[in-house]
Design a protein around this ligand. Sequence first.
Ligand code: AKG
Length: 192
Amino acid sequence: APMVGSSPELVQKLRSQVEVRTDFITEAEEAAFLRELDPGLKKKRYEFDHWDDAIHGYRETERLRWGAACEEILNRVRSTAFPECSQLLGPVHVIDLDKTGYIKPHIDSVKFCGSTIAGLSLLSDSIMRLVKEDTPSEWLDLLLSRRSLYILRDQARYKFTHEILKNEESVFNGQRVPRQRRISVICRNLPG
Ligand code: AKG
């Protein structure tokens, strides 16, 4: 998988809890999401000025009902990422990051979200960085290529912050990864 970390031991330890599936969706499937999401997103303005927000330069939405094409893709995401018995959060979360936008390090609310986060990345490559909460020298970088699916589970979700790097810092293993506008489509389960 496209990941580099602070040590081989850490990469090994997180291997079962962090997945990136390259080319999880096709160009046609990416276009289907765009057709469904872009009209609504375009009506909103990117938010830049909330200094206390975890996200900078974004607009977002939630969607419960999807057209057939997107629903089929989301079912593939769900069956890949979650156990069959898992109770899922109904609405799917959509974050549209401006080219200059980024997501600061945070851990998703344990009150509202369960053990697994699964996200599709549309329109741009990006870097997701995980950092151990009480040991910042332990980190893992994931290359989230355009149209990939990432899955964070268990410790990777509870004990590590995650963030999406801003364009100026978007380097993977020494290689520049230019950030464009990026839309993520995120499925979560409910706390057990
Ligand atoms: C979150 O929703 O907690 C995220 O950090 C989303 C990351 C992404 O945009 O894929």
